[in-house]
Design a protein around this ligand. Structure first.
Ligand SMILES: C[S@@+](CC[C@H](N)C(=O)[O-])C[C@H]1O[C@@H](n2cnc3c(N)ncnc32)[C@H](O)[C@@H]1O
Length: 366
């Protein structure tokens, strides 16, 4: 088999397919996607013999918007003998180089989730068998491929591998975050996940730290503001709705009852601009670009709510506009976009100026 497999949010298979077709062609790898609606995964069948492996190495996973995970599939095992599922898996992986990690997974659908307990239990004897067969090691795991088994039914599994420098580090491509009991809304997890995905943890003490100012547009009831406050920031929360009392009591939040599209800070001392307003994507994109054009913020994290149809095209159109607007400014702007696990019919976009950031990280800007 010469296939590339992508995990995604169920219902977004067409978006993954459109994105992969687009981006694989740019690397001169051709093929077609096999899609089953709401399955939570997409298979890209490559025409070229080595193309799946080439894409797994060269298609930057970080730049994929709708895919949660990317791996090469080498075998599809069907009608497994339930009394011995290990032998055929060992046979399928016989040609693999030694892996550093095993992930026994399912698509993120309700149906497949019924297999979760089985997967957890099965991974114990399988791991042992793979170690004995010399296919799995505890040494230098960060440099070795990850072995994936995607169970579609208890007797059907896709066998494949991903590269640690070009995959999601999370099981099933899903970061497990605990909902903080004192947060005012579940949306809080969207911003927390965005920080985990887009901001390297070793830079958190510079980019996500006390002493920074933030503006939250469309802040109520305060789930995003909560993430900024818990990191010690001073936050201007812009929204006509009510903010959670617990946040106001921290003394770190100024609530401004204003239109988020009109509000502008009096001083240029905002580090983070975050925005979760439910509005047309183009309007939000334009707003964020205008803050950078006016030098009003250093980094931005915002959500784009997606239309019902042609969602990949809509996203690309907005990102193209943003690139164009920012290209006229002084700086080296980085734009990252991802449909996060906690995002629903939306994606999260992150923007910053690499030059400014480098100066800040080197300590020349406080
Ligand atoms: C999805 S909610 C935000 C949830 C928030 N991020 C949280 O974590 O609790 C969208 C918010 O945007 C606000 N909103 C929508 N349009 C707005 C506008 N033009 N100006 C200010 N706020 C707006 C709404 O009042 C609503 O509170």
């Amino acid at each position: 088999m010469n296939h590339l497999l992508f995990y995604c949010r169920p219902g977004f298979e067409k978006e993954v397919a459109a994105e992969i077709q687009d981006k694989a062609v740019a690397l001169e790898c051709f093929g077609f996607c096999r899609i089953k609606d709401n399955s939570g995964y997409v298979i890209f069948e490559c025409y070229g013999a080595e193309d799946a492996d080439k894409l797994a190495r060269r298609l930057p996973f970080r730049e994929l918007i709708f895919a949660r995970q990317m791996l090469v599939v080498t075998h599809e095992l069907q009608e497994l003998d339930l009394a011995d599922r290990i032998t055929p898996i060992l046979e399928a992986t016989a040609g693999y180089s030694v892996c550093g990690e095993l992930r026994v997974e399912t698509p993120d659908t309700n149906e497949a989730k019924e297999l979760t307990t089985f997967c957890r239990k099965f991974s114990v004897p399988l791991r042992q068998a793979l170690r004995q067969a010399g296919k799995l090691t505890r040494e230098e795991t960060h440099r070795r491929p990850v072995l994936h088994l995607l169970f579609l039914a208890n007797d059907k599994v896709l066998v494949g591998y991903s590269y640690t420098n070009n995959n999601s580090v999370f099981h099933m491509g899903i970061p497990r975050l605990k909902f903080p009991a004192d947060a005012p809304s579940r949306s809080t997890l969207k911003l927390e996940e965005a920080f985990h995905v887009f901001v390297p943890q070793e830079q958190w003490d510079v980019r996500l730290t006390s002493g920074l100012n933030a503006v939250d547009l469309g802040a109520c009831p305060g789930g995003w503001t909560y993430q900024l406050v818990r990191r010690g920031m001073m936050v201007t929360a812009v929204d006509n709705g009510p903010m959670a009392e617990s946040l106001m009591e921290t003394g770190q939040v100024k609530h401004v009852r204003d239109d988020g599209f009109r509000y502008r800070p009096a001083k240029k001392n905002t580090y983070w601009l975050v925005c979760d307003m439910v509005e047309k994507p183009a309007r939000v994109t334009h707003l964020i670009a205008s803050w950078f054009q006016d030098g009003l913020c250093q980094e931005a994290m915002f959500n784009l709510k997606l239309p019902m149809k042609r969602r990949y095209q809509e996203v690309e159109h907005n990102l193209d506009m943003l690139r164009e607007w920012l290209s006229g400014l002084e700086g080296e702007f980085v734009i990252q976009a991802k449909q996060l696990y906690h995002d629903r019919e939306e994606i999260t976009v992150h923007v910053f100026d690499q030059r400014q950031l480098t100066r800040r990280l080197s300590g020349s800007i406080q």
